[in-house]
Write a protein that binds this ligand. Sequence first.
Ligand code: UT7
Length: 326
Amino acid sequence: MTFHSVVRGCGAYLPSRIVTNHDLAAKMDTSHEWIVERVGIHQRHMAQEGEYTSDLATQAARQALDRAGISPESIDLIVLATTTPDDTFPAAAVTVQQKLGAHNAFAFDVQAVCSGFVYALSVADNFIRSGQVKSALVIGAETMTRLLDFNDRGTAVLFGDGAGALVLQAEEGALQKNDSQRGVLSTHLYSDGRYRDALYVDGGPSRGGAVGYVRMQGREVMKHAVEKIGASVKKALEFHGLTPQDIDWFVPHQANIRIINAVAKHFSLPMERVIITVDQHANTSAASIPLALAVAQADGRILPGQLVVIEAMGGGFTWGSAVIRW
Ligand code: UT7
């Protein structure tokens, strides 16, 4: 028997504390104008002391489950994309499992930095396609502000904290490449470790114990982001025999408005069909796409049956895209 996965619910959570560019400018050599012009960020949410990635993830997951009308006990799989787990181990996903009471699931984390959500979606979708699980929670959750060096203005202004989650359920039958039925139509994943030094964290359990801080060659990353995201979206559209005009909603990873604008322009996509949250959320790494999906579904933009394309690129480099009939 063949299966495909359908999105049944979408949820999000943002910590209540908001930090504006002006708040940052009061503490470091930067300005609201520079951040808005170069990145498009106005504010970011920051987790409170004692508030961890698993807390954010659990809130987003609860909302997604409520909206799907599914109980935690009926979830078979939890895949949590994060770069900022509560602890080195266990996986934050098992803490979320425990907090939700999703005792019939197996749970693990996926680490692909800003591409993490696309990777996690691909993993869960493939478990469903194989028939091994019937329902899955796919979560992107981060407390990226815990990895920031507030003496480095080139990175400290870019990131925020948050979480988003999707509930996927198995439906019988395989989807055709350009199916009008709802479901995850495809995922395409890529990585290239030769670019490790362009964007990394200078610490970790094996490298000396300290957690470390984000280090980035911003220009280099931006150049590759536009090129690699463009190539992966093109490949996905070609795979389905689709054109950019067929996309109802383009939901990119939210790192920099200039990257998003450049990719949209490359595909002649009007900005009215692009979901933007970078201004309000900043870069929440693996959480940015599910947060954007949740915002655009809650405000009535993304509707069932519409064609949604997501994409991301981040440290590694890792990158990828997914095509979803919502
Ligand atoms: O999600 C993972 C993927 N990450 C990304 O996609 C991030 C990609 N990169 C970027 O978004 C951009 O490269 C940045 C936003 C990080 C930087 O923008 P940029 O246009 O590439 O600026 P730059 O690094 O070339 O810096 C330009 C100037 C420099 O000053 P000088 O040397 O021209 O005097 C920087 O020192 O801007 C200065 N600068 C700042 N000024 C005020 C760098 N950061 C700041 C800051 N405030 N926060």
